[in-house]
Design a protein around this ligand. Structure first.
Ligand code: NAD
Length: 348
């Protein structure tokens, strides 16, 4: 981007985000984004971290997710309303912002509904790269809604997963998912049930939406050596896996203080051992300990991943036309003359 007045903030709308994703290509976008997510996990101690601030209601949750690396500050606004889908609305919508820590001035505002799906999938694939068996090529996706195809494409791009089994209680969702994925050269099967979907696959992704303790997977469905990418349970009182699965898995999490509240591990004792994913990525501790271990990425989505996603998008804006200038910030020539600026505007 060329030098811009400080009061003007680049804004990436939904339309421009879609143009950017199409210009880069979904798989390349996911691969490059995963690189930035991984880079930021590697410098984990540099980040200011806090569990996200959640405002719960009967129908859903609205959350704020802030973080900072000391140079740049970022936050995301995101909701989770499972009933929205039945009313023709998205379950998850989001937007986010980056700001300069030195001045506090915003530097980027962006839609993040699409970007969240991309960053969630990229993070899942980064985790699986470190946790799944190296020869993992097949995956079941349980829950075939908005997030599902992004998960499939991230696992294809980063791990070479080429065989998919889909299962959703709503056949329309599986058909939609299979249709959207048909152009990517994947071997996609719509399964007859959850058991048929997960039996014998290397990786199981659960990405369902329900505002309750659900049991999407029971213990008998999970076999030795599988990697479970549990994405849908991401809120207090909202889980997908039977507790017994957790008890025989090696569990990896983003930020324990948040995951203890929101993840599958809310079903376990507060001191149940878990491993922070960043330590595996940084090479401090091992990920998969043997071919037969069950590894579980208890994904809830953490603020640094959104920060990485916004950082990646910002890096792609230079010289392009993927943003609009937003007059977001009142910045009078004389800082203390805010009302004077308002008066002068009346004369023009
Ligand atoms: P969505 O509403 O578009 O799709 C959810 C799908 O799950 C629907 O098609 C529904 O029919 C299906 N489903 C519900 N119960 C099921 C069951 N028992 N078995 C099989 N399928 C079932 O939602 P989405 O946007 O795809 O999000 C899915 C979930 O992922 C949500 O719970 C959301 O909060 C969560 N999420 C997590 C992260 C993260 O970082 N961990 C990020 C984004 C979304």
């Amino acid at each position: 981007m060329t030098a811009r007045p400080l009061n003007i903030v680049p804004f990436v709308s939904v339309e421009n985000m879609m143009r950017l994703v199409n210009a880069i290509g979904v798989e390349r976008f996911l691969t490059e984004l995963a690189g930035v997510v991984e880079e930021d996990f590697r410098r984990w101690p540099a980040f200011d971290k806090t569990p996200r601030l959640a405002s719960h209601s009967i129908d859903g949750v609205i959350e704020l997710m802030p973080t900072s690396d000391g140079v740049t500050y970022g936050f995301k606004y995101v909701n989770g309303h499972p009933k929205n889908m039945r009313e023709g609305r998205q379950t998850v919508t989001a937007f986010g912002l980056l700001a300069d820590v030195g001045t506090g001035y915003p530097e980027l505002l962006a839609e993040m509904t699409i970007l969240t799906a991309l960053r969630t999938a990229a993070t899942s694939a980064v985790a699986a790269k470190h946790l799944a068996r190296a020869d993992a090529r097949s995956m079941a996706i349980v829950g075939n809604g908005a997030q599902s195809e992004f998960q499939a494409l991230a696992f294809k791009a980063l791990l070479g997963v080429d065989r998919l089994r889909l299962w959703d209680i709503d056949p329309w969702a599986s058909e939609k998912c299979a249709r959207n994925l048909s152009r990517y050269g994947l071997d996609v099967t719509v399964a007859s049930g959850v058991e048929a979907a997960v039996e014998g696959v290397d990786i199981v992704t659960t990405v369902t939406a329900d505002k309750q303790r659900a049991t999407i997977l029971t213990d008998n469905l999970v076999g030795a050596g599988q990697h479970i990418n549990a994405v849908g349970g991401d809120c207090r009182g909202k889980t997908e896996l039977h507790r017994d699965i957790l008890l025989r898995s090696d569990i990896f999490v983003e930020y324990p203080p948040q995951t203890r509240i929101e993840g599958e591990i809310q079903q376990l004792a507060a001191d149940h051992p878990v491993t922070e994913l960043w330590r595996v990525i940084a090479g401090e501790v091992p990920g998969r300990r043997s071919r037969d271990r069950i590894t579980l990425f208890d994904s809830v989505g953490f603020a640094t991943e959104d920060f990485s996603a916004l950082r990646y998008v910002r890096s792609k804006l230079a010289g392009g036309d993927f943003h609009q200038d937003l007059d977001l910030l009142a910045d009078p020539d004389e800082p203390r003359d805010l009302l004077g600026m308002v008066h002068r505007a009346a004369k023009t």
